[in-house]
Ligand binder design. Structure first.
Ligand code: NDP
Length: 288
């Protein structure tokens, strides 16, 4: 078997087009969604991520507000900036780019963001709503994984889904999302304490890998026909990217698989725009 390649780039492009159309429609009603990104310090990788978000935002004609603070910024100054953005009616969504320089408390910064503007979905209020079963802002990567499966007609309801990695950003919210009644998957969440990872992945209809470790999933760890979603991003010495899955070998056995790059990554970016659009609609009192 050779797996169907799940083209996240194409799906994300279609979503961006749809969002651009909705932004144009809102503009006609006098509403312009705005995303503010706070970048503290001069970590080059973080700057690249923020630049990408700015490009995405401008491409769909959302308002962009980039806030760059020096590496020596204090927690109090960071909070003051977040407070300012919370109060700015032109800002629909706020993100604080991670990681923050040492000495700054990321959790406190996330909690400072108005939950109604928390388009990264990391505020405890939004985590709590997801837990309760009526999510508003779900982190972009889990949302993107769910949408990719839906776009490719891969059944989630009733499926055994094994997620490898339990981070607050990816694995745990994805486990919650797919186990909601609306999705109806049976979810197993694995991590470094899992005794026999392969025993779990071999029972899965869908495996999602988000560990940050190459070759976490190899061909003998799945059943033929399983769908594989690779969230991981690793970098070779030449700068090229690859995932957590042994792609060439797993693709011979899987039914469908996301590549890296071009799988989950573009979806994550598109879902941040979708969350910002949702925030703008909600602020304007328009159902979305
Ligand atoms: P974290 O480091 O926060 O979490 C990694 C998780 O994987 C932990 O729960 C860890 O377990 C688990 N883990 C690590 N190694 C193994 C293993 N060998 N077997 C089982 N579980 C393991 O990472 P993130 O969730 O933030 O990111 C994961 C990867 O996804 C990274 O490569 C990151 O760059 C990428 N990423 C990609 C995105 C995209 O848009 N494509 C977006 C976000 C992240 P334990 O809890 O026990 O330590």
């Amino acid at each position: 078997m050779t797996a169907r390649i799940i083209d996240g780039k194409a799906v994300a492009a279609a979503i961006r087009d749809r969002i651009a159309g909705e932004v144009a429609g809102l503009a006609a009603a006098g509403v312009v969604p705005g995303l503010a990104a706070v970048l503290v310090g001069d970590d080059p990788a973080s700057a690249v991520y923020v630049d990408g978000k700015e490009r995405d935002c401008r491409a769909v004609r959302m308002r962009w507000l980039g806030v760059r603070l020096p590496a020596g910024t204090t927690q109090r100054d960071l909070h003051r900036e977040i407070d300012r953005l919370n109060a700015d009616p032109d800002v629909s969504g706020i993100i604080v780019q991670m990681p923050l320089p040492g000495g700054l408390d990321a959790v406190a910064a996330q909690e400072r963001i108005d939950p109604a503007k928390d388009v990264d979905g990391l505020h405890p209020v939004n985590g709590g709503r997801l837990l309760r079963g009526d999510p508003t802002f779900v982190p972009a990567t889990p949302l993107g994984c769910q949408l990719l499966l839906a776009e490719y007609g891969i059944p989630v309801a009733g499926a055994n889904v094994v997620i490898v990695g339990r981070s607050q950003l990816v694995g745990r919210p994805l486990a919650l999302l797919l186990s909601l009644r609306a999705a109806n998957a049976t979810v197993t969440l694995c991590h470094t304490g899992t005794a026999d990872l392969a025993a779990h992945t071999r029972r899965a209809d869908i495996v999602v890998v988000a560990t940050g470790h190459p070759h976490t999933l190899t061909a003998e760890m799945i059943v033929p026909g399983a769908a594989v979603v690779d969230v991981g991003i690793n970098r070779r010495a030449d700068g090229s990217l690859f995932g957590d899955v042994d792609f060439p070998e797993v693709a011979r056995v899987a039914g469908a698989i996301t590549p890296v790059p071009g799988g989950v990554g573009p979806m994550t970016r598109a879902m941040l725009l979708a969350n910002t659009l949702l925030a703008a609609r909600r602020h304007a009192g328009i159902a979305g």
